[in-house]
Design a binder for this molecule. Structure first.
Ligand SMILES: NC(=O)c1ccc[n+]([C@@H]2O[C@H](COP(=O)([O-])OP(=O)(O)OC[C@H]3O[C@@H](n4cnc5c(N)ncnc54)[C@H](OP(=O)(O)O)[C@@H]3O)[C@@H](O)[C@H]2O)c1
Length: 345
């Protein structure tokens, strides 16, 4: 069966990744990509890797009727236009933060409120490793934040295995690439300003803490650094369990949580250069890597997690969730590996 799809915000970074994925997907046909700035230009004009695609940007005001609408627009757009999106499509998959949290109060606390709180209880968080059972048949799917996704994927097995109960101290340090800021990332993302940096850009109170808290029931001490890469999010989680943990139990925990997951890989030690998760190893793919090391002297467990922010952290996660929501083979269109060797992602 073929499902028609549109991408609102198709000229942006995650919009481009959605178009790349959907164009190569065996069961989607892209019928519309919108951009106000590049209306009537080919999608290849903005995304040179997609020059072979026979599609031109159109206005987001004239939405085609489709089976699935992917919204890759800045925070606030989807909540204003959700009625239009829902009229145009049976399934709406939103990549912004507009429908990730459960309650209006959370949006008051972490964002600037919410324009249509009545939709919040209808939306499902997209990350299948967390929320697969709620996705089939969902009308509104909210793709997770990339920093939150990296953190949640790293820590979830510890909750599943009872290593963490929710009252322990957890310190999370995330390093992210410049594409996280989108195509209009501004001065902080311009090449001369960004080159060579390791810059704390959200030392405290990052909004993604809300998603992490919502799913794990754990308040994490969360800091994000902007680093000199284009793609990738790498989370290092310093965990202080109440009782000592052993390596074999940790392997068991990660195997139990992710052994059957099609897009998760556990990488913890071993030989060679790539001994722990690194964004470079998953760049351009929907794979996520997790790993750990135990520091008995300090009663510390260090958990590493790496994703491509524009794939597992947004567009890949969104297509994965759409597959599950629509009853398509879960891995369809996403099973390709990355490149190696490759330059900075
Ligand atoms: N970049 C990441 O790594 C990442 C990861 C996870 C989640 N996200 C989320 O995904 C969303 C898109 O991010 P991005 O990085 O792709 O942003 P981006 O590169 O800045 O692209 C934004 C897109 O939205 C369109 N747009 C802007 N205002 C609009 C409006 N009022 N109505 C309709 N279209 C509008 C833009 O095109 P025109 O202005 O030409 O219409 C552009 O195509 C954001 O909410 C972001 O937080 C991003």
């Amino acid at each position: 069966m073929t499902y028609t799809a549109s991408v609102v915000g198709g000229s942006g970074f995650t919009g481009g990744e959605l178009l790349r994925l959907l164009d190569g997907h065996p069961e989607f046909e892209v019928v519309q990509a919108t951009s106000r700035s590049y209306e009537r230009k080919t999608v290849g004009h903005q995304h040179p890797n997609l020059r072979g695609m026979d599609l031109r940007f159109s206005s987001p005001e004239d939405l085609e009727s489709v089976d699935a609408l992917f919204a890759a627009t800045p925070h606030g757009v989807s909540m204003e236009r959700i009625d239009d999106f829902s009229d145009a499509a049976d399934t709406v998959v939103d990549l912004s933060a507009d429908f990730r949290l459960d309650t209006e109060e959370q949006y008051d606390e972490w964002y600037d409120g919410h324009a249509c709180p009545e939709y919040l209880e209808k939306s499902e968080y997209a990350l299948p490793e967390l929320n697969r059972e709620n996705l089939p048949g969902a009308d509104l799917v909210a793709s997770g934040g990339c920093n939150a996704t990296a953190t949640l994927l790293g820590l979830k097995p510890l909750f599943d295995a009872g290593v963490l109960a929710g009252d322990e101290q957890v310190v999370v340090d995330v390093k992210v690439g410049s594409s996280e800021g989108g195509a209009g990332g501004g001065a902080a993302s311009s090449h001369p300003e960004r080159s060579g940096i390791v810059r704390p850009y959200a030392p405290t109170s990052h909004r993604h803490e809300a998603e992490i808290e919502q799913f794990l029931g754990l308040s994490v001490s969360f800091t994000v650094h902007a680093v000199d890469m284009v793609r990738g999010a790498s989370a290092t989680c310093h965990v202080f369990p109440d009782s000592p943990v052993e390596k074999k139990d940790m392997w068991g925990a990660y195997r139990d949580s992710y052994g059957d997951e099609p897009f998760m890989r556990t990488v913890a030690g071993g030989g060679g250069v790539y001994r722990y998760p690194e964004p470079k190893a998953v760049a351009g793919t929907n794979y996520g890597e997790v790993g750990f090391e135990i520091d008995p002297k300090n009663r510390r467990l260090v958990v590493f997690s790496a994703i491509d922010n524009m794939m597992k952290g947004s567009a890949g996660q969104a297509v994965h969730a759409a597959n599950v929501a629509l009853g398509i083979e879960e891995t369809a269109g996403l099973e390709f590996q990355g490149l190696h060797p490759v330059g900075a992602p």
